[in-house]
Every structure is written in C-alpha cells, then in structure tokens.
Write a protein that binds this ligand. Sequence first.
Ligand code: SF4
Length: 646
Amino acid sequence: MKVAEMPVESVFPRLEALLPHVQKPIQYVGGELNSTVKDWDGADVRWALMYPDAYEVGLPNQGVMILYEVLNEREGVLAERTYSVWPDLEALMREHGVPQFTVDAHRPVRAFDVFGLSFSTELGYTNMLTALDLSGIPMLAADRTLDDPIVLAGGHAAFNPEPIADFIDAAVIGDGEQAVLEMTEVIRAWKAEGRPGGRDEVLLRLAKTGGVYVPRFYDVEYLDDGRIARVVPNRSGVPWRVSKHTVMDLDEWPYPKQPLVPLAETVHERMSVEIFRGCTRGCRFCQAGMITRPVRERSITGIGEMVEKGLKATGFEEVGLLSLSSADHSEIADVAKGLADRYEEDKIGLSLPSTRVDAFNIDLANELTRNGRRSGLTFAPEGGSERIRKVINKMVSEEDLIRTVATAYGNGWRQVKLYFMCGLPTETDEDVLQIADMAKRVIAKGREVTGQNDIRCTVSIGGFVPKPHTPFQWAPQLGVEETDARLEKLRDAIRGDKKYGRNIGFRYHDGKPGIIEGLLSRGDRRVGAVIRAVYEDGGRFDGWREHFSYDRWLRAAETVLPGLGVDLPWYTTRERTAEEVLPWDHLDSGLDKDWLWEDWQDALDETEVEDCRWTPCFDCGVCPQMDTHIQVGPTGQKLLPLSVVK
Ligand code: SF4
C-alpha cells in the first residue's frame, strides 16, 4: 500500500472519522493517565515504541512502559507509543490513507527517528509487517531512505532476530534502559553533524558500539546441505559477536515511576514492580531464565518505594510483584508481609504472577490472602513425571507440589492451576500420562485438607518449543501429529476418571502454533520470505488463536522453503549436532556454548544442576563474559519503617 506524504501533524482528525466504525475505538485515542506528549520541535531524537499486539496486551507491557518513561525523562528526547490496529481499522486506514500512528499525539510512525519494536514472542512478526506497511515504511531494510526511521527490534525474541533480518535495520539484545539512551546519543550526534553518510553511516556507528546488531553488516554463508557455514562481518570495525546489555543495579532504575493507566480494558490492571531480573534455577527449556542471567534483585526498600509511588500515581488496587520466579527473592517473605501490613486498610491485593512450587510457603500464602483477594494459584511443574523433570532440570518433587498445594487449599484457595509442557526432549506417553495421576492426587489432598468436595484443579498444557540460547537449542521438536496424539491420550485419561475427572479442568493447545513458533524461533534469514508470504496472504495477530492459521503458514513454508533447499521439518523436528553453526551464534547472550552443550548432554543423562545462587558457580559463562555478578540479598533492611509517611 502507498501512504501519501506524511506531514508531522496529528492524524487524529482523519482517524477520528473512522473510529465510529470500528470495535473498541477507545483503544486508539490515547490520553491515558501518566501518558506524555512532548513538543515535537523541541526534541532532536524521537522514538516510536511499539508492542506489536493489540492495545489490551501491549499497554501493560513493562518493557515498553519503562523505555517510554526513560526516554521521555531526557531533555530533547521524545517517545510515543503505537500498538497493532485490529483488522477492521486496518482496512479503513488503507481505504482512507491514514498511516500507522502513535496513540500519544497521533503522529505518523514514519516521521520518527527510530521505530522500536519489543517482541516477547515471535508470533508478533506479521504484525510488524502490517505496521511497516501501514506506516509507508519500505518493508525491506535495504529499500529504506533517509526519510525512514531506523527499525529496531528488542525483547526476548530479538536474541535470534535472523528470521526478521531483512525487515529490521538493527536489533538490541538484553536490558533496554541504558541501550536506548546510548543509541539516542549516537543518533543525536549524527543528526547534529547533518546526517553524514546517510543511513549506512548511522547504522555503522551503532554497530561499532558492539551492542547493536545490524544484520546488513553480516554475510551468511551456507553449506550444500542447508546448514550455515559461517556468519561474517562485511565491514571493518563491526564486531564478530554482538553483546547483550545488562543493567546491574535495578535500584538505580526504578521504572516505571508513573505507570500508565489504561483507558480501555487490558489484560492486567495492576501496579507492577519488577522485584528481580534473571533466574539461575537452570530450567533447560526456559529461554527467559537463560538469557537474563545473572540474578539481580531490587532491594526491599527499593520495592517499597516503587509500590508506594506507583499506587499514588495510578490508583490501582492490586500490586503485582513481577519476576521470572517471584517467590525466589531472598526477602520475599518480608516484602509480602510489609506490603500486606502497610496496605491492610486500603484493601490493596498482592499477586505473585510466577511462583515456584518449592518456594511457596505458608507465610507467603497468608500474606497474599490477608487483604481479601484470593485469585487462583498457578504452579508450573512443567513435566508430569519425576524422570522428565530431571531432564528439564525442574527440581520439583511430587511431594513438594502436594505439600504446597495442601498449604494453598488449607489457606482458602479452591482453585489451583497446574501448567505443563508436552513434547519435551526424551518424553514418552507415560511421562505425560502421569500428569493425570498428579492432578488426581492434588484433588485428593485438597479434599483431605478442607473436608470439602468442591476442590478444583485445572491442568493446562501446551507444546514445547525449543528456544535459542538454551540447552535445548539442539533438540528435535515433537511434530504436530505426535503432540496432538499425546495430548488426546492425556485428555482421555483425565476425562475417563470417575472419581476425580469432573473436578479436573483440562486446557490444551494443539501442536500447530508451537511448530510455527518453532520455525520462527530457530529459523535463519531464509525464513523471512515465509513471514512475508504469510503476511501477504493475510496473516495478522498470529498469537491469537482465532486469527492464527496453520494452513496459511504451511502453504507459505511449502511454497518458499523447498526452493532454498530446506523445509519446515528441517527447522523444527530436526536435531542439531554439536558442530552446527546456529543462526544466533554471533549474538552473545553471555552463555558459553560449550556449557550449554554439556548441559544438553546432562539433560539426556537425566542429571540435574543446582542453582548458582546457593551453590558454587557452575561456569555457565555469563558472569565472566559480561563482567557481571549475581546480586542477591538479604540486605537485612526492612520495608516498612522507611516509607510509611502520613
Ligand atoms: S557464571 Fe556462574 S554465578 Fe554467574 S550466572 Fe553463570 S553459573 Fe551463575
């Protein structure tokens, strides 16, 4: 589509005329509490930030919220937000020539210096292409001119940006706070000098910092069998490997200070505080844990201050203590008690969105329920059998789980959700069928503890997707038919149980989206043509069950890939060997590839590895490589005395 000339003016008058004809127009109008509109002409570097999903999912995203605030706090820097528009508005925007806009001041995205997208999942890639096209930004990075922004990818999916290498100008891996400020300075200087050397020059300056990956400066060479021979920089001064960014002291970055309060309904409406980053539990499937090492805790006083200021700034009635495994904070009991005490009268609820089974305890359960809110509890044993939990290094025994669940039921919960994966390396039907037995034991224990029959347990299970920068990056993914057959056996085992079956809810995702996520996760540059074909065939919102079409992806893969000597199974169900060059090897997450391989071998031998927070370092490579260290408490400080100010 061709979007006509875009003056740097609000597109709102043109957009407004379309809004009565679309669903939930409020999501496009902006003006949320704590949103910011800065003077366009007063800024010399301007960022458009996108979470490439609908407003209701994108607005609560912490990553975007943090960068939005960090950038807007800077003199001469401006940041605005944009989200994916639903297909009804997209059609009208195309018809009326309205470009992709920011919700803050409704400025056209193409007018910004940087268009930064945060990808938590690879299933957002087609939404990026929609946004580029609606913006009037050429889809291929090679076709862009000085009139176009630098298209930048970040977020966890950016740790392998190769499938979108043709569409992005750059990618940043790791924590974004310092990275966006460093990039801003490079761009500011280049603009102040009159933009010498055009796009190529500014991208080269960014690449030479060592922390910005610019795909065009790397050539990929392939072997005859389709594997990568090597990836080589094609410019001098560009590093062979691009480093991830790590913010060491979270207390120095207490963002968001002014969280956005949504106008339309969103998936989370609460004040969220990230209590630590990183995780060294070592679950072998977990990309988030591996790529965010080392562990860095926010101090108990830092958490207390952020909660207090954030609640004042927003009026939210719930506080979410975020991290990859919140009960693992070294002072979580004091944090929970301190917050529950402080907000007892205000009836502010607390939630720990990610809670490990073995770290949950009675005190914590009590604190969480004290102020009257008792939402369901979710635990993630991930694997049904003790054996498979050893393979994935999820050191949770069934005894731990039952003990924890008994605590939860004893403290008034009636609903427990258990999350599992299907298709883990070495898994058999038997491993998965043990999930049914576990669920039955959970209900039996709940009945015993409470003396009541109305205990419910929901089993939620999805297909396992091997991810880059994890020990399972070499693993074969289980195919669609095999995954579905295994899930059906489990469903039959649960439903067929007369005594407990009716109390067990069963939710599962079939194997199809997982295989496509697998293609996009471990794909290389050749996969870009598949993404584009899917987009052109109407693919949008692939993370949404009702919009995802496996047939569309299969069609595109079968059309595009054979001509390149590869196919869908080659990317997904094929096991990789130790010597294979992986598409993301030149992106340095800090993890040592030899260590990852050893850990993969340990998985196959069912050998577990401890958490380095509580045992000696086991040399994953991150700390020496990144010049970082583990940073955990306890600090001995107390949350309460510091900040009860009336
Ligand atoms: S290098 Fe050692 S201490 Fe640092 S995260 Fe890895 S295992 Fe833990």
